[in-house]
Design a protein. Sequence first.
Length: 231
Amino acid sequence: EEVYDRYRRTQPGALSRPPRWWSSGAGQPPIAPAQRYVAVHRDADGVADGYASYAVGEPRTLTVDEIITADDAVLTALARFALEHDLVTDVVVKHVPPGHPLRWQLTDFRAAEVGGDTDWLWVRLLDVPRALTARGWSADGELVLDVTDPFLAERDRYLLTVRDGKAECVPTDREPDLSLDVSDLGSIYLGGTTPSTLVRAGHVEAHHPDAAAVADDLFRGERAPHCLHWF
């Protein structure tokens, strides 16, 4: 549980797992007819800092349900454990987030195939100021957002000010830098889609030439958002 919680705090979009999740067979359905195992990685002091949940089925296929760690070196060690497993010819790693370094760790990049792409993570902001002040930020700056919410029949304008990784978001009557729908704000909220991409797509309106670039810097995240739970 502690390993997952450390991972969750570094991974945008990850959800907390209550105690009952862990007590009910780790909350997951069987990933293969064969016995399920958990490989635990420990640091030099013997403290668990990562794990991989997997099963070995037929024909000689090892299926990894999830690899959980906040440390890239541990990720490499767990991936190597799966790839070098005895009597296995194929390794299937499920639920790999976008931009994950796993494929780049292979000697032959083309030896891996992407089997599919799913969208388990949907974001819908109800309280815009609270949501924007709750997340972390990697750059300083100011941005005036004109946000339309067709479902709630609301249109509000906010001044977003970021200093030292913390944000203040207050109502304002200043001219907007960006005008966008609340659904588009949800798309950029976790850093998975850049505001400039949505400007180019015609979803977001930029009111001056530098607005999209400023927004890109503000909303950029260190990791692509990812969620291991479907809902």
